[in-house]
Design a protein around this ligand. Structure first.
Ligand code: AMP
Ligand code: MG
Length: 267
């Protein structure tokens, strides 16, 4: 899955990243789903260990165009983890109080503590994406944010947080299909937001903003992965595999038993 990692300093061109790619897996959709089951089972064990050990902190950042699949990843990849120790933080349009502070204020307090996994559903990257596309602040203000973001993420990493960032990359055609099914299928209509149609018209501007963000903020300490996301099963597989591999590298241990436990009698 390292093929999807953006090498620090390289320039991302999203047009050349195939949104339907499945080359990191030797199998079809049904095999992919079986593989995901194994991964989610392993993720469940690793998360339990992370929580029990209480040392490591894992931050997962999800970004995508509308309908890109952030909610689906949270539902399918984290299927089975213990809600104790895993938290989702959603970043919506900032409140008046949030806007009265710097843009990282609301973000920093949601970062994981020891033994925790936190998933960011949107993030501080909105402050160089939607904010840039809609001119919510002048260019000189958002332009300097890439440096802030790299420094902020470096601070988190140096203080013991492992950071993984996933851009779920869908094509514009795939987005049309997903918006149409949100419009037409009763159990999806609650997700249909007419505002998304306006954002869709700005596809090119968002693409340029994403390309800059991915290029400028993929670092050794907080890498971006551009995940082919037109095929949901494959998207889940890429993220599940990357998470399991990352957690395996933590080399975690259950805390040792208290001394003389073998002499303890439970009456
Ligand atoms: P959703 O994720 O569909 O619930 O929508 C949340 C909305 O909040 C999206 O349209 C985001 O672009 C918007 N949003 C998130 N963060 C910011 C921000 N910092 N400034 C402006 N809009 C934001
Ligand atoms: Mg939305």
């Amino acid at each position: 899955m390292e093929i999807y990692r953006v090498k620090p300093g390289s320039r991302v061109d999203l047009d050349t990243c195939d949104t339907r790619d499945t080359s990191g897996f030797d199998g079809d959709k049904s095999e992919g789903k079986k593989e995901l089951k194994k991964l989610t089972a392993r993720l469940e064990e690793l998360q339990e260990l992370l929580y029990a050990e209480g040392k490591q902190k894992l931050l997962i950042i999800l970004q995508a165009m509308d309908t890109g699949g952030k909610d689906g990843v949270i539902r399918h990849v984290f299927d089975g983890v213990n809600p104790q120790g895993v938290k989702v933080a959603n970043f919506k349009v900032p409140t008046a109080e949030e806007l009265s502070h710097d843009y990282l204020w609301r973000v920093h307090k949601q970062t994981p503590g020891r033994g925790e996994i936190v998933i960011f559903n949107r993030s501080h990257y909105e402050d160089v994406l939607v904010v840039r596309v809609h001119n919510l602040v002048p260019p000189e203000v958002w332009q300097r944010r890439y440096d802030h973001i790299n420094a902020f993420e470096q601070l988190l990493a140096e203080e013991g947080t492992t950071i993984l960032k996933f851009f779920l990359h869908i094509s514009k055609d795939e987005q049309r299909e997903r918006l149409e099914s949100r419009r037409d299928e009763p159990h999806k209509q609650w997700k249909f937001n007419v505002g998304d149609l306006k954002e869709r018209k700005l596809w090119g501007d968002y693409t340029a903003a994403y390309e800059d963000a991915l290029s400028k903020t993929s670092t050794e300490w907080a890498p971006w992965y551009v995940v082919p996301a037109d095929r949901k099963w494959y998207r889940n597989l890429v993220i599940g595999t990357t998470l399991v591999e990352t957690l395996e590298r933590f080399d975690m241990r259950y805390p040792p038993a208290a001394e003389n436990l073998d002499e303890v009698v439970v009456e």
